[in-house]
Design a protein around this ligand. Structure first.
Ligand code: TRP
Length: 494
C-alpha cells in the first residue's frame, strides 16, 4: 500500500474540511443580504446557475491540480508546466490578505455570540468603534483557528471539521425551521425569496451573483488546491466536488430560509421593515432586532445563530491559514508550530489597524483610509474584485489549455474514476465557457470599480492598480527567489 502522507485520513474528512472552507460568512451573511439587495428569487436562480457553470468546473480544476502534485500551489503549478509556477504566488498571497480582514469579522461574530443573552440590538456601532474590544475578540477568533491548524491536517483540521460542519448544519436547520414556524409574515418572506421576478434582473445582478458564487465556494485562492493536495487517489474527485458545492449552496439557501421569514415576520408584527437591511448591516444590526422582538426564545435562537456563524468563519479561516502555513513549512522547512505561530502573529498585527479602521467614523478627521476606503473594505475589494478571478482563471487555463482536458480526464480515469457524461461537459466547459465567464467577471468587476455609476473614480483606479501591482511584485519575487529552487511538497513536513 502506498504510504499515506500527512493528509486527510478519509474522503469524508476531506469533504467536511473543504466544505468548512467554503461555508463561511459568504453563505450566512453575504448571500442573504445580496439576495435582498439584488431582488430576491431571480438572483437566487442566477446564483445557482453560476455555481453549476463556473463553480463546479473551477473547483474540479483546483482540487485536481493540488491532488496530482501533493504539494503547495507554487509547486503544483510548476508541475502543470515549469513556466507557470508564478501562477501559484497569487494563490498563496490572497489567502494571507483575506485572513487579516476575515479575522476581524470573525471577532465580531464571537462577540455577538457571547453577547446574545444580554442583547445585541443597537450595540454594533459602539462595539465596532471600540478598538480595544475589537482587537480582543479578533485575537480570540484567531486563537481558535490557530489551535486547530497547529494540530495538523489530520489531527486538527480534519477532526475539527468533522465535528463542526455537521453541528453547523443542524443548528442552521433548526434556525430555519424555527423561522418558518413564526406564522405571520412568513408567507410574504417566502414569496420574496422564492418567486422570481425577472424584471429585476440586469447585468449588475448577474455579476453580483457570479461574484458571490465564486467567493462562497472559496475559489480563486489556494484553499482548494491545498486541501486537494492532502487527498489521494482513493477520493473520487468529481463526486467530492459535487458534494462540496451542493453542501455550500444548501447552507446559503438555508440561511435565506432562516432569515427572510424572520424579517417579514418582524415587518408583519411591527408594521415596518427593520431598518438597515442594506448591505452588510443585515447580520449585525437587523438580525439582533429581529431576535430581540422574539423575547427569551429569541435570545436562544440568537446564540445558536451566531455560534453557527462563528463555526462557519473559523473553518474558513483555518483553510486560509493552512494555505500560507503549508507553503512556509514546505519552502522554508520549519516546523508547523513555528510556521503557524509566526503567521498568526503577523495576521493579528495587521488585523489591529484593519479592525480599528473598519469601525471608525469615515468622515472624521484622521480616519484611517486607503483610496477612500476603510482598510477592511480595501482588503476585501483588492482580493475579491480584482485578484480572485485572476487566480481562478489561472487554474482553469492550467487545466483546460496547458494540461488539456484529454490528459486530465485520462489521469482521472487512470485513478479509477468513472467520468461518464461529465467528461464531454467538463472538457468543453473548462476550455471555453468557464474561463470566458471568469474573464467577464474580472473585466466588469474592475470596470465597476473604476467607473462606479458611470463616473470615473481615481480611487477605484488606484485600487485596481495597487492590486495588479501586488500581482506583479509577487511574480517578481517568484522569478527572483523561487523559480529555479525547490519549492517543496507535502512529504517535507515531519
Ligand atoms: N468561502 C468563504 C465564505 O463563504 C470565504 C472565502 C473566500 C474563503 N475565499 C476563501 C475562505 C478562501 C477560505 C479560503 O465566507
Amino acid at each position: 500500500m502506498e504510504k499515506k502522507r500527512n493528509g486527510f485520513a478519509s474522503g469524508f474528512g476531506f469533504i467536511m474540511a473543504a466544505a468548512g472552507s467554503a461555508v463561511g460568512l459568504g453563505n450566512l451573511w453575504g448571500f442573504p443580504y445580496k439576495t435582498h439587495e439584488y431582488g430576491g428569487a431571480a438572483f437566487v436562480l442566477v446564483y445557482i446557475a453560476c455555481v453549476i457553470l463556473i463553480g463546479v468546473i473551477t473547483m474540479t480544476c483546483e482540487i485536481f491540480i493540488g491532488r496530482r502534485a501533493q504539494a503547495n500551489p507554487i509547486t503544483a503549478f510548476k508541475m502543470v508546466d515549469k513556466k507557470i509556477g508564478w501562477f501559484g504566488v497569487l494563490a498563496i498571497l490572497i489567502p494571507g490578505f483575506i485572513a487579516c480582514y476575515y479575522s476581524v469579522l470573525g471577532g465580531y461574530t464571537v462577540r455577538f455570540t457571547v453577547n446574545s443573552f444580554k442583547g445585541n440590538t443597537g450595540t454594533f456601532g459602539a462595539f465596532a468603534s471600540n478598538g480595544v474590544l475589537v482587537t480582543i475578540f479578533t485575537a480570540i477568533f484567531i486563537a481558535m483557528a490557530v489551535f486547530v491548524v497547529m494540530a495538523g491536517v489530520k489531527g486538527g483540521i480534519e477532526k475539527a471539521s468533522k465535528i463542526l460542519m455537521p453541528t453547523l448544519f443542524v443548528l442552521l436547520l433548526a434556525t430555519a425551521i424555527f423561522s418558518l414556524c413564526l406564522g405571520e409574515g412568513v408567507a410574504e418572506g417566502l414569496k420574496f425569496y422564492l418567486k422570481p421576478d425577472f424584471s429585476k434582473l440586469s447585468g449588475t445582478e448577474i455579476l453580483a451573483a457570479m461574484g458571490q458564487a465564486f467567493y462562497s465556494l472559496s475559489l480563486g485562492m489556494g484553499a482548494m488546491i491545498v486541501y486537494g493536495s492532502y487527498t489521494g487517489k482513493e477520493v473520487n474527485l468529481v463526486k467530492s466536488t459535487a458534494t462540496i458545492c451542493v453542501f455550500d449552496t444548501l447552507v446559503a439557501l438555508l440561511a435565506g430560509f432562516a432569515i427572510f421569514p424572520a424579517l417579514y415576520h418582524y415587518k408583519a408584527t411591527m408594521g415596518v421593515m427593520p431598518e438597515n437591511i442594506q448591505g452588510s448591516k443585515l447580520m449585525y444590526e437587523t438580525l439582533p432586532m429581529v431576535f430581540e422582538s422574539l423575547g427569551v426564545v429569541g435570545k436562544v435562537v440568537s446564540f445558536c445563530f451566531f455560534a453557527m456563524v462563528v463555526i462557519a468563519a473559523v473553518t474558513s479561516v483555518m483553510s486560509l491559514f493552512e494555505v500560507v502555513c503549508q507553503f512556509v513549512i514546505q519552502k522554508f522547512r520549519v516546523s508547523r508550530k513555528k510556521a503557524i505561530s509566526t503567521l498568526a502573529l503577523i495576521c493579528f498585527a495587521i488585523s489591529i489597524p484593519v479592525g480599528i479602521s473598519a469601525g471608525q467614523d469615515m468622515s472624521a478627521e484622521g480616519a484611517i483610509k486607503v483610496f477612500g476606503m476603510d482598510l477592511l473594505s480595501f482588503f476585501d475589494t483588492v482580493t475579491n474584485t480584482v485578484l480572485m478571478p485572476v487566480c481562478a482563471f489561472f487554474a482553469c487555463v492550467a487545466v483546460g489549455w496547458l494540461l488539456g482536458p484529454k490528459k486530465v480526464c485520462k489521469e482521472m480515469e487512470e485513478d479509477g474514476q468513472k467520468l461518464g457524461f461529465f467528461k464531454p461537459i467538463f472538457s468543453f466547459m473548462v476550455k471555453f465557457v468557464t474561463p470566458i465567464l471568469i474573464f467577464v467577471i474580472e473585466i466588469f468587476g474592475v470596470y465597476a470599480l473604476v467607473f462606479p455609476s458611470g463616473k470615473f473614480s481615481s480611487n477605484g483606479l488606484g485600487i485596481a492598480l495597487f492590486s495588479y501591482g501586488l500581482l506583479a511584485v509577487g511574480t517578481a519575487i517568484y522569478f527572483i527567489f523561487f523559480k529555479n529552487k525547490d519549492t517543496g511538497c507535502n512529504a517535507d513536513e515531519e
